[in-house]
Ligand binder design. Structure first.
Ligand code: SF4
Length: 80
C-alpha cells in the first residue's frame, strides 16, 4: 500500500536562517516542539546554537520539522 507521506525518522539537523525570517509564525504553529516565536518577532529553533552568521543550528526529532520547512514562505528552514 502506497504511503504518500514521506517520513523521516530519527533526529534531523536543522539550520534556521533567522535574519531572513519574516515572523509569519507558521513553523511554530506546525512544529511547536522545535520552533517558537520570540521577543523580536522571529522564530527561534529550540535546543540550538548560533553559528556566528545569524543562523541557529540544532536538532529536532519531530517529523513536523519537515513540515515547518515546507510551510516557511521564505524557505529559511533547512534540513540536513
Ligand atoms: S515559517 Fe519561516 S518566516 Fe515564518 S516564522 Fe518560521 S522561519 Fe520565520
Amino acid at each position: 500500500m502506497a504511503d504518500r507521506v514521506i517520513r523521516i525518522s530519527g533526529v534531523m539537523k536543522i539550520i534556521l536562517e533567522r535574519e531572513k525570517c519574516i515572523g509569519c509564525g507558521s513553523c511554530a504553529a506546525v512544529c511547536p516542539k522545535c520552533f517558537k516565536m520570540v521577543e523580536d518577532g522571529k522564530s527561534s529553533l529550540l535546543n540550538s546554537q548560533k553559528d556566528g552568521q545569524g543562523n541557529e543550528v540544532g536538532e529536532c526529532g519531530e517529523d513536523c520539522a519537515k513540515e515547518a520547512a515546507e510551510v516557511c514562505p521564505v524557505q529559511v528552514i533547512k534540513i540536513e
